[in-house]
Design a binder for this molecule. Structure first.
Ligand code: PLP
Length: 458
């Protein structure tokens, strides 16, 4: 299994190398040269999540890990998800199901990918004796999932940038309270997009990159996408392996892109529906054919408050039939504000993806009505998904909305909607009592580099 960059000018890598490097050296994102067809769709019903994960992930890892290593990593990763089904499917209304992805240690779907890649990093680095420095940018949930997954993992230092004052208190505390010496939370002056831009600066500085063994675990890391393919399979298997629509609260396009890969492997997904909040670059791109950045407008679903959706580059690459030159040109145009998607590529995207945008008011109203009519308390991101899904329900086609976080992670928004604050699950009950530890940082690449050189384990 070989991995190529969407911009066509970086070395071809194997799975382990693509996982350890994150972003390609030409600024592109890695994708498998060919997407493997899945063999045995009719044999998944009733299997454990871990077994399905092994069967889905195995074809992507090539010879990077033995079967025993991969199975061990999967078992250790998912034993920390506090639900026997790992990703349980609950019914919201006739034909409408909610895929609960929030039973992991930091209460968001990102645990599914991060817990697994931490185990895979551990195996790969122990084998090679190499050290790496993981640097990440987060709108809240990636950072907490990364710090939680990598705290105490050997041969890894972790630095996570988050936008100061723009993450929820639960998200912040999940990043600032782990005492492990190898993890560092950095509060950056600016927005998530600033953090993401500084991260790209680091990756584009090849000398720095090599000095510290820079590795990325943002949602652009291919290994994360792979881990997220699994729950599309378990959900579709639970529904009898028939054509199913999925609605996905979307920011960086990682979670929904995993659905697109599942579809290309042969899973009977009919449509993938992108649900956005008022930061709707993806909805505008798919409905009008223009991918144009605007100003980030902070919302009550902060993990989707972005204007550059990194993984969309992968969908574009596939929609442009693997024309890396075309992607390089689009990404150049993006530096000056945006680009028009070609008619052919737009048609290909629309054959696969639908989209919708939800206002703050509708999000609150959806939390209220879901609670009133089903008893389910939705986090604001999941509510954005449910609201868009409701517009796309069709008789005879099951709809699955991904519930991306636990409501207790966003108690202020939930309280505004239904007048009560959801309780944290028991395993996190002491979060508000633990001491916090963070470093304030200006939105500046040089300051970031010197901090990393100073703090990392030599
Ligand atoms: C990260 C996140 C999203 C967006 O997922 P992408 O893969 O970036 O599209 C949605 N909801 C929650 C709760 C998240 O943490």
């Amino acid at each position: 299994m070989r991995y190529v960059s969407t911009r066509g000018q970086a070395p071809v890598l194997n799975f382990e190398q693509a996982m350890l490097s994150g972003l390609a050296r030409d600024g592109g994102l890695y994708l498998p040269e060919t997407i493997p067809a899945f063999d045995g769709l009719d044999q998944l019903d009733g299997l454990s999540y871990e077994e399905v994960a092994f069967r889905v992930i195995r074809p992507f890892t090539g010879d990077s890990f033995t079967d025993a290593e991969l199975r061990g990593a999967i078992d250790r990763a998912y034993e920390r998800i506090a639900h026997d089904a790992r990703a349980p499917l609950v019914q919201l209304a006739p034909g409408h199901h909610l895929l609960e992805l929030f039973h992991g240690p930091t209460l968001a779907f990102k645990d599914f990918a991060m817990q697994l890649i931490a185990q895979l990093f551990q195996i790969a680095l122990t084998r090679s004796g190499q050290r790496v420095t993981i640097v990440g940018a987060t709108s809240g949930d990636t950072g907490s999932a990364a710090i939680e997954a990598f705290r105490g993992i050997d041969n890894v230092d972790v630095f996570i940038m988050y936008p100061h004052g723009r993450v929820s208190e639960v998200q912040r505390r999940q990043m600032t309270t782990p005492p492990a010496a190898n993890v560092h939370a950095l509060a950056v002056t600016g927005h998530f997009d600033d953090c993401q831009a500084r991260l790209k600066d680091l990756f584009n500085d090849h000398a720095f990159r090599d000095t510290v063994g820079l590795a990325g675990v943002n949602s652009i890391n291919w290994a994360r996408v792979v881990a997220q393919i699994v729950y599309y399979f378990t959900a579709t298997a639970s529904l009898g392996m028939r054509p199913t629509d999925f609605c996905v609260p979307t920011g960086n396009f990682g979670d929904i892109f995993a659905g697109s890969i599942a579809r290309r492997m042969g899973l009977p997904i009919r449509r993938l529906i992108v649900a956005t909040n008022q930061n709707d670059i993806l909805h505008r791109a798919l409905s009008m054919g223009e991918y144009r950045t605007g100003e980030v407008e902070p919302s009550i679903s902060p993990s989707m408050d972005i204007q550059v959706s990194s993984n969309f580059e992968r969908a574009l690459y596939l929609a442009y039939d693997g024309d890396a030159g075309a992607i390089r040109q689009l990404m150049d145009e993006l530096k000056t504000g945006g680009f028009a998607i070609s008619q052919g590529a737009l048609q290909a995207l629309r054959a696969e993806f639908a989209s919708g945008r939800v206002s703050e008011q509708e999000t609150l109203e959806t939390i209220r009505t879901a609670r009133a009519f089903t008893g389910e308390i939705l986090c604001p991101h999941s509510a954005v998904g449910v609201a868009v899904a409701q517009r796309h329900l069709e008789p005879g086609v099951p709809m699955v909305t991904l519930a991306t976080a636990h409501p207790a992670k966003f108690p202020d928004a939930v309280e505004r909607a239904i007048g009560l604050r959801p309780a944290l699950p028991p395993h996190m009950a002491d979060l508000f009592d633990l001491p916090e530890r963070m470093t304030r940082l200006e939105n500046d690449a040089e300051a970031l580099k010197s901090l990393i050189l100073d703090r990392r384990t030599q």
